[in-house]
Write a protein that binds this ligand. Structure first.
Ligand SMILES: [Zn+2]
Length: 124
């Protein structure tokens, strides 16, 4: 079993990371009004497309970059949120696939890990 001290330590790390991810998401994105748990690139919502083709291409590229970054941040945000929810539920540190305890060094490297080492590359 992971000690309560360790779990408390990981909880702090995860909460800090969650706040950081949220700040990052707010910087480059806005919450999708139709789905508040989803984020979209900030520029996707305004009508800044103009007559200049080059400007449009730049804006489009920027939006694509922003959306790619947002997607990555969202995935991590979800992982971190899930890990925090598990800490609250008392089910933290158990592999989602095999149900065995996640190795200590794996949690040390990634406190949001969902699986043990044997299942780390399995899709959810
Ligand atoms: Zn496993």
């Amino acid at each position: 079993m992971i000690s309560e001290t360790k779990v408390a330590e990981y909880k702090k790390i995860l909460e800090a990371e969650k706040a950081l991810l949220e700040a990052e998401l707010q910087k480059i994105g806005v919450r999708d009004p139709s789905n508040p748990s989803d984020w979209v690139a900030a520029k996707a919502t305004d009508d800044s497309f103009g007559a200049d083709r080059n400007d449009n291409a730049d804006i489009f590229e920027e939006m694509q970059d922003a959306n790619a970054t947002i997607s990555k941040l969202e995935v991590r945000f979800q992982e971190v949120s899930d890990a925090l929810a598990k800490i609250d539920a008392g089910t933290y540190g158990v592999c989602e696939i095999s149900g065995t305890e996640i190795e200590a060094d794996r949690l040390e490297a990634n406190p949001a890990a969902r699986t043990c080492k044997a299942h780390m590359n399995q899709p959810r």
